[in-house]
Design a binder for this molecule. Structure first.
Ligand code: ASP
Length: 331
């Protein structure tokens, strides 16, 4: 079924959108249940991350296994992807803006609702660690651009060239036509968001990205915006997002997911409802991808996206697994 036909068939009223048969790949059990599963208590500690990033979740898991905090786990976990030059949507090796500058966005949030964020950060390979320093060493939440960079140097971070030869060559190729077209699930923009619960039952989250490839200089997406790209409430759970940030900001997506869990929805249902909210606001133009993942304080997890193709990694006492996310549209 093509997209238009799909849209014609579905009534884009709230009731229509909720029509279960139209939800692709919904799984039963832990992830789709509404009420907390008592056995899931055993799932803590646990870490989940957007996309299939086994090295990142492995690192976070080892921190948790050694008695580390959820905050340390998510920071250490996403740093793996920030350092990986082959991941061209995060950290060093990230694709540049349309002028050839790699600019990074990241945020972090802990169990006490402390948070820190950097936007439009250049020349620093680990924006998540700078965001943590903003949280811990300043009275502020967000530092931007040159100020964030200067702050990073003052905290001992080193200046690094972030534009790799591979990303540079691709950008030069792109410049020949200079057309920006987000391609669903092709890594021209994919954020790494991570959520963890530690042995004490405390929750933390981290989110990091180089943003949309070839964006207008100065553009900032949802990923460093607390409430949009990431939100944690230790009493409830956490959520994080990937995809076209403008749409996530418009609905304050991750905050919405957490608030839906507060109202009693499972992580899976909360993610699905947040995606549906975005769909309601867009109706006829679903040619973009959004994916949410969430965890509640029992250790239940969920994920939902618009187009098939998104997945998320879960590492718990029950194993380490990549989960294809349920999606609003079918293949
Ligand atoms: N959410 C990021 C942004 O809009 C990019 C992505 O995850 O695809 O900057």
């Amino acid at each position: 079924m093509n997209r238009r036909k799909f849209l014609e068939k579905s009534t884009l009223s709230t009731a229509g959108i909720l029509s279960t048969p139209l939800i692709a790949g919904e799984r039963q059990g832990l992830e789709s249940g509404n009420s907390p599963n008592p056995s899931s208590i055993d799932l803590k500690p646990i870490v989940i991350a957007t996309w299939d990033v086994p090295n990142a979740t492995e690192k976070a898991w080892s921190v948790l296994q050694n008695g580390g905090s959820a905050l340390d786990a998510v920071e250490q976990g996403v740093r793996i992807e920030e350092a990986d030059e082959n991941n061209q949507s995060v950290g060093k090796g990230g694709r540049p803006d349309r002028d050839g500058n790699v600019t990074l966005d990241a945020c972090i949030m802990d169990k006490d609702s402390n948070c820190g964020s950097v936007v439009y950060l250049q020349n620093i390979a680990h924006p998540i660690s700078v965001a943590r320093k903003v949280m811990e060493e300043t009275p502020h939440v967000i530092l931007a651009g040159k100020g964030a960079e200067q702050f990073a140097y003052s905290q001992g971070f080193e200046k690094e060239e972030l534009l790799t030869e591979k990303s540079k060559q691709e950008w030069l190729q792109w410049k020949k036509t200079a057309q920006y077209r987000p391609v669903i699930n092709i890594e021209n923009h994919d954020t790494i968001g991570m959520l963890a619960i530690d042995g004490n039952g405390d929750i933390a989250g981290a989110c990091t990205t180089s943003g949309m490839a070839y964006k207008i200089a100065g553009r900032v997406g949802d990923s460093p915006i607390i409430g949009a790209g990431l939100f944690v409430d230790n009493e409830v759970g956490g959520a994080t997002a990937t995809g076209v940030g403008e749409e996530v900001i418009r609905t304050v997506g991750s905050f919405l997911v957490v608030e839906l869990m507060r109202q009693g929805k499972s992580p899976q249902e909360a993610c699905r409802t947040a995606v549906q909210r975005i769909i309601e606001k867009n109706k006829d133009k679903l040619d973009f991808q959004i994916g949410f993942i969430a965890i509640n304080r029992n250790g239940e997890t969920g994920g939902f996206c618009i187009h098939p193709g998104f997945s998320y990694r879960v590492y718990s006492g029950k194993g380490h697994k990549n989960n294809p996310s349920s999606s609003y549209l079918a293949k």
